[in-house]
Design a protein around this ligand. Structure first.
Ligand SMILES: [Zn+2]
Length: 75
């Protein structure tokens, strides 16, 4: 790296602490909050299903999984 370029780089880095050259944009930390799920037994097929906590009915024994709900509709 030419000295002039290096000086320019350092000066730029001083102005923008986040500046890391061309690699700066590739490593963006990403937080994907995983939704909370719980295991509920479907009252129709008796299979265990991982269900998002906020879609579990208050009465867990009445839970019907999505595929069973689909069957009910087509029946
Ligand atoms: Zn089911």
């Amino acid at each position: 790296m030419a000295r002039k370029d290096r000086d320019r780089f350092l000066r730029r880095q001083a102005l923008q602490p986040d500046y890391q050259g061309f690699r700066g944009n590739t490593a963006v930390p990403r937080r994907t909050p995983s939704p909370e799920t719980e295991t509920v037994v479907c009252s129709v097929c008796q299979r265990r299903r991982n269900v998002a906590s906020d879609s579990i009915p208050t009465d867990r024994s009445s839970y019907v999984c999505l595929s069973c709900q689909g069957d009910a509709v087509s029946d």
